[in-house]
Every structure is written in C-alpha cells, then in structure tokens.
Write a protein that binds this ligand. Structure first.
Ligand SMILES: Cc1cc2nc3c(=O)[nH]c(=O)nc-3n(C[C@H](O)[C@H](O)[C@H](O)COP(=O)(O)O)c2cc1C
Length: 369
C-alpha cells in the first residue's frame, strides 16, 4: 500500500481557472467537458472499504453537481474521487436557465439566515475555493436516449474501487397527478439502473406536486411514498435520497424514521434557497429567478449541524440508515470533520470547480477515509 502521512507538496492546490466556465451556459460546459487538462498526479493507494456492498478505494466522492456527463465523470474519477454522482437526470429533455448560473456574493453579505439577502460581489472573491457562491441552473437534463448511452460510458470510465451513483428527479409538468409524478420517479430510477447506475439517488429537493408548495423532502408522507415506490421498482439496488437542510430536530426525526425502512442512505444538504441582489436591489439572476441555491463556504456550518443531528437520531433510534455528507466541502479538514461527525461518505460539490485535487490531498492524510 502506498501510504503517505503528510501532504505531498507535488500535489497541486487550487487552480486559478475553474473547471466550470462560469461565464458560459450549462450546455456549453457539458459539451466542452471540464476546462482542465491536468496535471493528473498519482492517486494514493488506499485500503478497500465498502460502500453499500460495493468495494471502494474511499468513501470520498462528488455530489450531484459537477459530473455533468461522462467527460466530467472521467476527470473526477482520475483525480481520485471514488463515489461519482451523475448529475440529476429526467425522463424528458430540459434546458438549463440561461447564463449566468453561478455567481459570487460579496462575501461580507453572506449569512446562514434565509431571511438575509446577499449582495452580488464586484469581483471574484480572493479565495474562491472556500468562498460562498450562489447557483441557479434549473435542474436541466439531456434526453433519455443521450443520458442512457452516456451513463454507460461513465461506468466504463470508472476505475477499480469506484462507484457510479445516478441522481434522478420526476418532472412536475403542469397538472400532473401525484400518482403520475410518483410513477415518473419509478420509471426513471429503473431506467437509470438499466443504463448502468450502481446506486440510485432520488433528488427530493424538487417542487412538491402533492401540496404544490415547498420542496418534496419537507412533505414526509409524500417523500416516503416516492421512496417506497422507487424501492419496490428497483429491488435491492442501493437507494439514497437527497434532501435539503432541516432545522427542526423533530421534523428530521420524522423524515428519517419514515425513510429508514425503504432507503439505504440520505444525502444532505442540497443548496439552501437564498436571494442574491444586485447593488440596485434587482435580482442578480433576473426577476424570474428570485431565489437560487447557496453553494460552498458557509454551507459547511449548516451541513455539519444537519449531519450531526441526523446521526444522533439514527444512533438513538437504531435506524438502518447511512448519512452522506454534502455542503461546503472545501478542504481535507472539512472532509475529516464530516467523517468525525459520523458521515458514511463525504461528497464535494461546488468547491471542486476550484480544487480538483481535494480527494488526493485528503487520501494522503487519511487513507482510512
Ligand atoms: C454546478 C452544480 C450543479 C448541481 N446540480 C445538482 C443536481 O442536479 N442535483 C442535486 O441534487 N444537487 C445539485 N447540486 C447541489 C450539490 O449537490 C450540493 O448539494 C450543493 O452544491 C451543496 O454543496 P456545496 O456547498 O459543497 O456546493 C449542484 C451543485 C452545483 C455546484
């Protein structure tokens, strides 16, 4: 085993040009692949662990975010991220919102509170890896015939000890019934498995068609109905759900209890909804996109708090559930903090655009992760 106990200075740190072209559309970023041509340092060899029955080199991965397609998946796999989540797909093609999709607030205006709007920064923050960003992409998807083939290609590109998770979401078309919405999730999950998904993640941070308000994960009965129906459809394939932050312990406990019989793990947190304003008070992403998702930086505090509370509930009630930590993963120290908090796996997202070497540096310090 090639074990290293300290950071190898030969491994580069953050990059000066992000892998995701923030001035371009999502579709351009998908088509062109990551804006990155290496170097690709050797990935430390680490002892094999298990991830829901699959042997893996680590339980460090990429959340549904920057694996836009197989070109992106191949790159992050080569960089030692072992749990690759294929960004959320749908059963119909949907274009992303027009650019901009990724902006940086003035960092002094960043707040954990949902009631405090942030102000657009005048320039990129000095340390973009650990900064807080705001994203409004719109959960796009290529057509099923495109992702079907591309998911297979992503599986082919994985190395030994790596696993492909595919994130899925039902599409809430105008007037859809709750039954049809549930069926859309089920059919899509089955198609994702057929295409090559080794683990399925249901994205429950989408609009709730049962009550037409809020997001699906905030409606426990409907969330567990979707998860139960998907479980019945995909059999023993490991199943995850992705949720946003929950502040109330009682609500968290109710959701985890309801999900535990049907899912294997819960990924938390998705990007919290926030308002980003221009200096003149207009909305930075435009008046039709008043809220957007907060990414990176400050999410660590929110995510760590959620993970700690979820793990405490799971331990107390002996629920058969694992927590995958997402939110503000910007450094090896933060990866370690999530594992120490009891996370089963730790997933990077927005910060990986600036620090694609995070998995390698973390593995050097902690081969046991
Ligand atoms: C470019 C980008 C695209 C994303 N797309 C999705 C998505 O399709 N599905 C999803 O569940 N989360 C998506 N997310 C949210 C991330 O998975 C993650 O929950 C969120 O960014 C918080 O992690 P962070 O603070 O490390 O960025 C996306 C994030 C980014 C940066």
């Amino acid at each position: 085993m090639g074990r290293t106990d300290s950071i190898d200075t030969k491994v580069p740190g953050p990059v000066s040009r992000p892998l995701y072209r923030m001035d371009q559309t999502f579709e351009v970023n998908a088509a062109a692949g990551p804006d990155f041509d290496g170097p690709f340092p050797a990935v430390p060899v680490t002892p094999t662990k298990e991830f829901f029955g699959h042997p893996v080199a680590s339980r460090i991965g990429v959340a549904a975010s920057l694996v836009l397609n197989s070109a992106w998946g191949e790159t992050f796999g080569r960089l030692g991220f072992d749990l690759l989540t294929y960004k959320t797909i749908r059963r119909r093609r949907k274009l992303a919102h027009p650019a901009p999709n990724w902006l940086y607030p003035d960092q002094t205006s960043v707040s954990k509170s949902r009631d405090v709007p942030m102000t657009l920064g005048l320039a990129l923050p000095g340390d973009p890896v650990s900064a807080t960003a705001v994203g409004s992409i719109g959960m796009p998807s290529v057509a099923p015939e495109v992702w079907r083939e591309d998911i297979g290609k992503t599986r082919q590109a994985l190395r030994e000890g790596q696993v492909l998770i595919v994130s899925v979401v039902g599409t809430a078309v105008e007037g859809i019934t709750p039954e049809a919405f549930v069926e859309d999730f089920c059919a899509l999950a089955a198609e994702a498995v057929e295409a090559g998904a080794q683990v399925v993640e249901i994205n429950l941070s989408c609009p709730n068609v049962a009550s037409s308000e809020g997001e699906l994960y905030l409606d426990t009965p409907f969330a567990s109905r979707v998860a139960g129906a998907v479980r019945a459809r995909i059999g023993t394939v490991p199943l995850l759900v992705k949720i946003g932050a929950i502040e109330d312990d009682a609500q968290m406990a109710i959701l985890l209890r309801a999900l535990a019989p049907v899912v294997d793990g819960v990924s938390m947190i998705n990007a919290p909804s926030r308002v980003l304003l221009n200096r003149d008070g207009t909305h930075a992403f435009g008046e039709t996109r008043k809220t957007a998702g907060m990414m990176g930086g400050v999410n660590f505090e929110i995510g760590l708090d959620c993970v700690r509370r979820a793990v405490a509930i799971i331990d107390r009630e002996a629920l058969p559930l694992r927590i995958l930590a997402v939110g503000g993963v910007t450094s090896p120290e933060r990866i370690a903090a999530y594992f120490e908090a009891g996370a089963y796996a730790v997933m990077g997202a927005s910060a990986l655009a600036w620090d694609p070497y995070l998995a390698i540096r973390s593995k050097q310090l902690h081969p046991e992760f």
